[in-house]
Ligand binder design. Structure first.
Ligand SMILES: [Zn+2]
Length: 492
């Protein structure tokens, strides 16, 4: 499996004043990539011609009845268990409100009896390498709505000339994962979304593409004076469509609240939209309370009651998740867990472990995977990779040559020994290097005196000079480590 995770560039995150503390809970919607929708046989596919994947059930026409999609329930339970949730018997419920892109005038969701509840996710924010645990309140099944496109004006409904509605997405299965308000920094929020996305991909329950909306993040943001444990008025930020924007939107919104408190005002509970270009949130609708939705149990669907055998099968189907992969690789390679993150995110942890198992130095495996194999391992096998690293470690190949050979192994799948021979990469005879060095020193007496002098920085510079000359003369075939040894042994 090969996938990438959008962590975004390492931009400087503007922060909030020290005397304030962020309180953030995230609601993440994950579209489950089942073949069909949640309650009907329509295709669950992104990008189809508008209003082609529709039927009386997902249009809510009179007389139509929902039939629960078992594959969606299974995916929902797998994701729930991977998030350490308890899976309980659950009941679908109607959430009543009217919206043009929701033809039934209610959304079939779950209310007081969600499928998954009381879980947690261990995340690795950049600023705390030991990790943070974020509790998960619930992860419930619901259907997606259709999609409105506002035409004319600036693309928002207020200035549009007219709106178009596509019901292809209406009835697509979603899992809404609601975290507790445990998140305290923008980095933690980004790490949470990134970790969650990695788990979703490892399970294969969704393609989790934030840019296509198959994974969507809403952030509930409030602030409080540091040291206090009160929960102040929160605003729900919608429309965040990248992991980087999660951090930016949260910090912006928190600073907006702080500005209000510091001028004697207070925020009102409302939904706000993140405007990526302007780098700010804009007011949406004032937030309804739970009781406004008049939830009641869905009369057309039976409760979901998985048996013990079904739950055991779910547990058995969960592969090793990114957190466990990071720990395993970190231990095998003798590195810190965060250093294994990139390799795990690219799906190369199994490859790295197999190479180490085949005898390769863990440190070199990690260095090559991070620096020279970022575009994939291609035709390279863990065993041939281990043999290449052995040739590098023994000095048979210089580091430049190793990189060269590695690139060709990825492209062709040939062995390191064959490629090195074909390229004429043979270990330089030490005697030959000795002779070359003697001549070089004789011709560059000043540089040699500086190399032997007390100025450490200058000596280092001169070491670089001599090594460079040797590399030039041998067209990169000399082993840098051997040259350094020979230089130092002459120093006396
Ligand atoms: Zn349908």
């Amino acid at each position: 499996m090969y996938y990438t995770v959008d962590r975004g560039p390492d931009v400087h995150e503007p922060s909030i004043p020290d005397e304030w503390e962020l309180v953030v809970g995230l609601e993440v919607h994950v579209e489950l990539s089942t073949k069909t929708k949640l309650f009907c046989g329509c295709a669950n596919a992104f990008g189809a011609e508008p209003n082609t994947n529709i039927c009386p059930t997902c249009l809510g026409l009179p007389g139509s009845l929902p039939v629960m999609n078992g594959a969606a329930v299974e995916s929902a339970m797998r994701l729930g268990r991977a998030l350490n949730c308890t899976v309980s018997p659950s009941v679908m419920a109607r959430k009543n409100y009217t919206y043009p892109d929701m033809p039934k005038d209610f959304q079939t969701s779950q209310y007081d009896k969600p499928t998954n509840h009381d879980g947690w996710l261990a995340v690795l924010p950049k600023d705390s390498p030991e990790g943070v645990r974020i509790n998960i309140e619930r992860a419930h099944i619901e259907e997606d709505t259709g999609k409105s496109t506002h035409v004319g004006g600036d693309g928002r409904i207020s200035s549009a000339q007219y709106s178009l509605i596509d019901y292809n997405r209406a009835g697509v299965p979603l899992l809404e994962i609601v975290s507790c308000p445990d998140i305290r920094t923008a980095d933690e929020a980004k790490a949470y979304v990134s970790e969650l996305r990695g788990i979703v991909l490892a399970l294969g329950v969704s393609d989790a593409k934030m840019e296509e909306g198959s994974m969507r993040v809403d952030a509930n943001v409030s602030v409080r004076p540091r040291g206090s444990d009160e929960l102040r008025t929160r605003c729900e930020i919608k429309n965040i469509n990248s992991i980087n924007s999660v951090g930016r939107a949260i910090v912006h919104e928190a600073n907006r609240h702080i500005d209000l408190y510091e001028t004697g005002e207070r925020p009102i509970q409302e939904t706000r939209h993140w405007d990526e270009e302007a780098g700010r949130t804009r007011p949406g609708r004032s937030k309804e309370n739970e009781e406004d939705y008049r939830y009641f149990p869905e009369p057309d669907l039976t409760p979901l009651e998985p048996s013990k055998a079904e739950l055991d099968a779910i547990d058995a189907s969960i592969p090793e998740l990114p957190g466990a992969q990071r720990s395993a690789l970190a231990e095998a390679a003798g590195i810190a867990a965060p250093e294994a993150s990139l390799i795990v995110e690219r799906g190369d942890a199994g490859f790295a472990l197999a190479a180490i198992e085949a005898g390769a130095s863990g440190g070199r495996v990690v260095v090559h995977l991070n620096n020279n194999l970022a575009d994939g391992t291609g035709k390279l096998t863990p065993e041939s990779f281990a043999r290449l690293i052995a040739m590098e470690s023994s000095g048979e190949l210089s580091s430049t040559q190793t990189k060269d050979v590695l690139a060709e192994m990825v492209a062709t799948g040939s062995s390191a020994a064959d490629i090195a021979a074909a390229k004429g990469f043979e270990a330089m005879d030490t005697g030959e290097l000795d002779g070359m060095l003697d001549e070089l020193i004789a011709n560059n007496a000043d540089e040699w005196t500086r190399f032997c002098g007390d100025d450490e920085g200058d000596a280092k510079k001169m070491a670089g000079f001599f090594t460079g000359q040797i590399m030039k003369a041998t067209r990169g075939q000399a082993d840098g480590k051997v040259v350094a040894q020979l230089l130092n042994s002459r120093k006396g």
